[in-house]
Design a protein around this ligand. Structure first.
Ligand code: UD1
Length: 363
């Protein structure tokens, strides 16, 4: 069975890598890797292929950045041509980015069987573009592979029949388990001159946080105050860097020498940084899960999460974006009073094998 595996943006790569790897060991599955080019900078894309030991994509569409509609439409147009040319038997999409949505719509219109990995996550916040992508992709998928126990109830509420839902576990944790040892060889702590547990790590890129000047400035001030406790490392997403320039926030950042803006990091360097952080502050979805697995305390700078298992069972706390709340939760965590957690069910490094076992049955 020829399986078109679709990736586009940074958080897709660590999800598809272990699936393609497991698929290449199955006798009856032929993976065909398509990169839409939604993310294209070397540090947002190529580095991840190298770090994760992924094969080069069979096809690179080179779509690039644009408005959501134009980006999605361009992926759809090019992906449809590709489907007609290569005629895959199955399309596998991961996560919740625009590439996930675009490829799903095309597969479903062409009546090619469609599987969605990381299905059933819901923030119940339609202001998030990813929530729309998740809802639509799940509604039109044939097979829904879920990563945690709270996903299936969301799908059932939306009327998804039981036989379409497969609780397989978390493929992103497969990558983490596989590469954790190797990440220990990264020299990133030495390069940045920080000690294990001697710093906080920050990522921010959600439009709701970085596209609104007052919100973004308030968060930066809170992070600046926290950097007086411990250095705060802030590898910066291209979208966030643009906003700093656009809103003239450089002078604000200069007030805090210990709030250190860094280039985005590759997979292995970032994994080592997370593993050794005293605290992680983020608005990313995936990092909430990775810190839970690593038992590193995480403060999520959002009002909601599509990954409640990381709060109920893991090390994650939702703090929102009020600067005072970030300051006080951050100080508490950095002074040793951090949340402990447990690892959710089936986050065991074997989710991809379970997916491939299921796919093999369809072949
Ligand atoms: C996308 C995903 C988001 C995911 C995030 C991870 C959607 C709707 N959003 O958001 O779910 O959490 O990726 O990073 O799919 N840019 C570059 N170089 C790149 C890519 C982007 O400079 O390689 C800049 C461009 O100015 C672009 C902006 O970043 O306009 C935003 O990129 P885009 O892919 O539209 O969304 P992200 O914010 O990255």
């Amino acid at each position: 069975m020829k399986v078109a595996c679709v990736v586009g943006a940074r958080p897709n790569f660590m999800k598809i890598a272990p699936i393609v790897d497991a698929m290449s060991r199955a006798d009856n599955l032929d993976p065909f890797l398509i990169h839409t080019g939604q993310h294209y900078d070397e540090i947002m894309s190529k580095v991840f292929f190298e770090d994760l030991g992924m094969p080069r994509p069979d096809v690179y569409l080179g779509i690039g950045s644009d408005s959501h509609t134009r980006q999605t439409a361009r992926i759809m147009t090019d992906f449809e041509k590709l489907m007609e040319e290569h005629k895959p038997d199955y399309v596998l999409v991961v996560g919740d980015v625009n590439s996930t949505l675009a490829a799903s719509l095309v597969a479903s219109k062409l009546r090619v069987r469609l599987g969605h990995v990381e299905s059933g996550l819901r923030s119940h916040d339609r202001d998030m573009p990813e929530e729309i992508n998740r809802l639509v992709t799940d509604a039109i998928s044939d097979d829904l592979y879920t990563s945690c126990a709270d996903a299936a109830p969301n799908l059932r509420k939306e009327g998804v029949p039981e036989e379409k839902i497969f609780f397989v576990g978390n493929v992103m944790i497969d990558s983490l388990v596989k590469h954790r040892e190797r990440s220990r060889e990264s020299s990133i702590l030495e390069d940045l001159g920080v000690d294990s547990k001697g710093y906080a790590l920050v990522t921010l890129h959600r439009p709701s946080n970085v596209d609104v000047p007052e919100t973004f400035q308030g968060i930066l001030e809170a992070l600046g105050d926290l950097s007086q406790e411990k250095p705060v490392l802030f590898p910066i997403h291209p979208r966030t860097r643009k906003r700093i320039q656009e809103f003239g926030l450089e002078s604000k950042l200069n007030q805090y020498p210990n709030l250190r803006l860094e280039e985005p990091k590759g997979y292995l360097d970032f994994l080592r940084l997370m593993d050794n952080a005293a605290l992680v502050l983020t608005d990313s979805g995936g990092i909430q899960e990775e810190t839970t697995f690593l038992s590193v305390p995480c403060l999520t700078l959002r009002l909601n999460t599509e990954r409640p298992v990381t709060v109920d069972e893991g090390t994650n706390t939702l703090v929102g974006v009020d600067p005072e709340a970030i300051r006080s939760a951050g100080k508490k965590a950095l002074t040793g009073d951090a949340k402990k957690g447990t690892i959710p069910e089936l986050w065991d490094g074997k989710a991809s094998e379970r997916i491939v076992d299921i796919l093999s049955r369809f072949a």
